[in-house]
Design a protein around this ligand. Structure first.
Ligand SMILES: Nc1ncnc2c1ncn2[C@@H]1O[C@H](COP(=O)(O)OP(=O)(O)OP(=O)(O)O)[C@@H](O)[C@H]1O
Length: 303
């Protein structure tokens, strides 16, 4: 569903991501890494809000994103929650989610029901008519999640979705994302290492713009070795992989640990790709052989 092919990405002359290749299918992929390691930069690139330096470094839903047309077609199938996002404060939760769905070209006949369903899923039903400016930080985050999962996009990219959520809502969010990941590719960045054990089929650790680990949560825990920094095996495994050499780069292997991808064609009722748009590791312990990942975006990234 998603292939990153030798991606190097950065800002002006400052490289951040280095020759990264990875492939992802349906399932939940957790992206871990220290502050500044490049997680948000990678997710913005996957979400197509930051263009790749060269055309053809991203393949989504079976198509190389080598033209504006291809990018526009892919965006219809991507839900994205940036780390922080600009939003019209006077919009209600319902206005906001519907508006984002409209930007993503969800068919008009589905927008209202899909928005209501997404709002219910994040348990904001009783706040649907509340203006965004009156929400708490955690509620606003959940409204952001609602717009990203509205109408079940094939690729859902969430940059620290659990930020500011209370423990109960974190559990709820994991359940929602697990459900989604049965048929969609869900890519989540987080600092909550333990959350990945409950949510993810596969975890990647990014350090200084390179993947240091790619495998299952169990494999990450097993990578701990003698490492003692961390309260749990998973945290110790995470710490240990930060010191591991970068995974080999190159062509992405098949999407290990991910379930088979759904077909790559447009969904019923949706415009065919290219239609008009408004505005529009090899498992096994320590670090594993580079695998895959990849990801448009309704709310504007505020960073
Ligand atoms: N818009 C930008 N312009 C210039 N440099 C940026 C920009 N955004 C990020 N950077 C730089 O790119 C590097 C990677 O940042 P990024 O936000 O991708 O890391 P991160 O892993 O998501 O960090 P965090 O965990 O703190 O959110 C950092 O050195 C950061 O200073």
């Amino acid at each position: 569903m998603l292939d990153v092919i030798g991606l190097s990405q950065g800002y002006r002359r400052r490289p951040v991501i280095h020759d990264l290749s990875i492939s992802l299918g349906a399932g939940a992929f957790g992206l871990l890494g220290p502050n500044g390691s490049g997680k948000s930069t990678l997710l913005r690139t996957l979400a197509t809000t930051t263009p790749t330096p060269r055309p053809g470094q991203l393949r989504l839903f079976g198509s190389l994103l080598d033209s504006r047309r291809a990018v526009r077609a892919a965006r219809r199938r991507i839900g994205y929650l940036p780390q922080s996002f600009a939003h019209p404060p006077g919009f209600t939760v319902r206005d906001f989610v519907r508006h984002c769905a409209w930007l993503r070209e969800v068919p008009a006949a589905r927008i209202n029901s899909a928005a209501d369903e997404a709002i219910e899923r994040v348990e904001l039903g009783d706040r649907a008519d509340t203006p965004l400016r009156k929400l708490s930080g955690g509620m606003l985050r959940r409204a952001g999640v609602a717009q990203a999962i509205c109408d079940q996009p094939d690729l859902v990219i969430l940059d620290e979705p659990a930020n500011g959520l209370d423990p109960q809502q974190r559990v709820r969010l994991r359940a929602v994302l697990r459900e989604l990941s049965a048929s969609s590719c869900v890519v989540v960045s987080t600092h909550l290492v333990e959350d990945t054990a409950h949510l993810c089929d596969r975890v990647g650790v990014l350090y200084e713009g390179r993947l240091r680990f790619d495998g299952t949560p169990e494999e990450l825990a097993a990578a701990a070795g003698d490492e003692d920094a961390g309260d749990t095996p998973l945290e110790r495994g995470y710490t240990a992989t930060l010191a591991a050499p970068p995974l080999p780069t190159g062509a992405p292997p098949p999407a290990a640990h991910h379930r088979p991808s759904p077909d790559t064609g447009p969904r019923p009722g949706e415009a065919a790709p290219g239609g008009a748009a408004p505005g529009g590791a090899a498992p096994g312990g320590a670090a594993h052989g580079g695998a895959a990942h990849g990801g448009a975006a309704a709310p504007r990234d505020a960073s």
